[in-house]
Design a protein around this ligand. Sequence first.
Ligand code: PMP
Length: 326
Amino acid sequence: IKWTEGRGWHDAQLVPYAPLSIDPANMTLHYAQTIFEGLKAYQQPDGTVATFRPDANATRFQASARRLAMPELPVETFIAACDALVTQDRAWVPAHGEQSLYLRPFMFATEVGLGVRPANEYLFVVIASPAGAYFPGGVKPVSVWLSEEYVRAAPGGTGAAKAGGNYAASLVAQAQAAEKGCDQVVWLDAIERRWIEEMGGMNLYFVYRTGDAVRIVTPELSGSLLPGITRASLLKIGEDLGYGFEEGRISVDDWKNGNADGSLTEVFACGTAAVITPVGSVKSARANWTVGDGQPGEITMKLRKALLDIQTGATPDTHNWMHPLA
Ligand code: PMP
């Protein structure tokens, strides 16, 4: 779907996958006005297909567009575009369990010119690809690298938007994590380099236990971390399961001390791609430690199952999150 200044959205097309041709002076190549989303379509037990919370993705896409000075796509248009593609690619929706059809809606400037200002033409596109189960051999905890040298996002920046530039800025730390033998980066706040923000492509949750009491804390939306849809969904599922869920601030020292005194029993990350991933160990320039016993925690696995059961239709969708295709 195209957008042109003065004309708005026009020319929606469903076409076979093919390369796009780009002018060398296309403004996106120079000034990175590009935003995206990620969501999944799951086969349901009755043979129909449903996407998970596309309205939430559409709303976040609008927020990202506003931050990048791009036009907002109506929520209904975003959902209709995803629906049209899933219907066309129905044969590519995997039939079983955690497998899905991953959808990648994105938008970028198509105006040709070298002036630094919001473009006057954009293209919105959705592509799709089948996605296997994230952990085909069973859930495996990830190791994380606490990045103290680089920051992903700063107050007033684009961290809360799903903008391509945020990911470009994170690649050097991701490479550093790999060098240190870690799977993922954990980002800290830009000012104090003390507060836990999020992981490279997932939000984080910390599980504390005192006797029988369970308290589950996720870093509050600081303005520089992505408001994950999985994160928001888990806050609701936590209420359903009767856990005390909170949004708060967690420092690196809280994490280290909670591990040392045994009150912090589990840490997990959540996002569309992996749903829920346990965090098994942490490394930083100054310290290394194991989270809990280093194995997937009981509450982590319970929440993972509760969410996946909704997505795959194994349990009733009491929150009305699944969007069935006509
Ligand atoms: N943080 C970042 C930086 C991400 O890229 C993602 C993936 N979209 C998330 C968190 C998790 O968001 P969601 O649950 O909406 O997939």
